[in-house]
Design a protein around this ligand. Structure first.
Ligand code: ZN
Length: 360
């Protein structure tokens, strides 16, 4: 293929990211073989060290505290721990082993998120009093503690794979999304009347799975991230929720090759079509297009069909379709064909390789 057009940078929907697939064992500083009591011990020790009350105004400590809580929320729950151990990440198959009754009450009924992408949710009911829910985060003995600024929830990321056509045309996917939510039983304190909250095992948070419908915009490219605003981890102390980033990987197509917003194909033509010129049908992602092959077209020459490429997710402008002509030779050699080929050879004025260097 002739390198005809310069590589354009891929259209990126969103670039910021925050990985959620972390090593929970490493976070808690325990071996993978650690038993429940070792995990609990490690968690308590770290939670005391990084607790926001011990480190007021220290964002780093607070971030660490959140990681510790997240790790403990998974590793202290036998079902979730098993899933994590199996898949290496809580992204694996988030629906497996989850108790739907664990999911916090109050689900978004649908609508357009601030991120601009339509997000729908299965199931009834809208957000209830969010202020009330969030104000209880880290609640418990809030009165006795110094007031702290609201903390935005962490962003979460998960990966999906879509087909080539779905990426080019846009699609809506339904996928289970794990969210870090404030524990509804203890209001985020992690405490029960006696000891640790049995629902979250003292973490103050639970991980629940929601099935979300995420709109993948027309023209999304491999590696793009679609942002679903407010669908990451829940915030603390009235802080807003983080965002969910859906990282899209696009399966390649056997025929259409994508380069940024442009599409490349190779089109076989006969010798007579290339020599005499003619009209050929070019398959594009928008349907077939009749295109002219000018007389005297050499194999490898590339032509452009403007606006027949992929729509840019940001500019909304269409890229081009580039097709490269490839002269194919008939497979069958007949006596008549041999005669014709010899006469064709006579059409070349001299040796076509005359101008090539013969050595270094
Ligand atoms: Zn709880």
């Amino acid at each position: 293929m002739v390198s005809f057009c310069g590589k354009r940078p891929c259209a990126t929907v969103v670039t910021s990211e925050e990985r959620v697939s972390t090593d929970y064992y490493k976070t808690l500083g325990v071996k993978r073989s650690a038993d429940a009591s070792e995990i609990k011990k490690a968690y308590r020790k770290l939670a005391r060290k990084f607790h926001p009350d011990v480190n007021p105004g220290n964002d780093e400590a607070e971030g660490k505290f959140k990681e510790i809580q997240e790790a403990y929320a998974v590793l202290s729950d036998s079902k979730r721990k098993k899933q994590y151990d199996t898949f290496g990440t809580v992204d694996g198959d988030p629906t497996a082993g989850f108790d739907p009754f664990r999911q916090a009450r109050g689900r978004a009924a649908g609508g357009r998120g601030p991120g601009g992408f339509r997000v729908d949710f299965d199931g009834a009911g809208g957000f209830q009093d969010l202020g009330d829910i969030f104000s209880q985060f880290f609640g418990g003995s809030a009165q006795a503690r110094p007031r702290q600024a609201p903390k935005r929830g962490a962003n979460q990321e998960l990966a999906v794979e879509v087909g080539f056509a779905d990426a080019v045309q846009g699609t809506t996917i339904s996928l289970p999304v794990q969210r870090q939510l404030r524990c509804s039983d203890c209001g985020g304190s992690g405490k029960a009347v006696r000891g640790a909250c049995p629902n979250c095992h003292g973490a103050g948070q639970v991980i629940s799975t929601e099935r979300m419908r995420v709109k993948v915009p027309e023209g999304v490219a491999d590696g793009n991230k679609v942002r679903v605003a407010g669908k990451g981890a829940e915030g603390a102390r009235g802080g807003s929720s983080g965002d969910l980033f859906v990282k899209v990987s696009v399966r390649p197509h056997a025929f259409f090759e994508r380069d940024g917003d442009n599409i490349h194909t190779t089109v076989p033509v006969t010798f007579s079509e290339a020599y005499l010129g003619g009209e050929v049908e070019i398959g594009t992602i928008h349907g077939p297009v009749r295109a002219k092959v000018p007389a005297g077209t050499n194999s490898g020459r590339t032509f452009r069909l403007r606006g027949k490429g992929v729509r840019n997710t940001k500019t909304r402008a269409y890229g081009d379709h580039l097709y490269t002509v490839e002269i194919v030779v008939p497979k069958v050699v007949s006596p008549a064909g041999e005669e014709t080929a010899k006469r064709v050879g006579e059409l070349y004025q001299g040796n076509p390789r005359d101008k090539l260097p013969r050595t270094l």
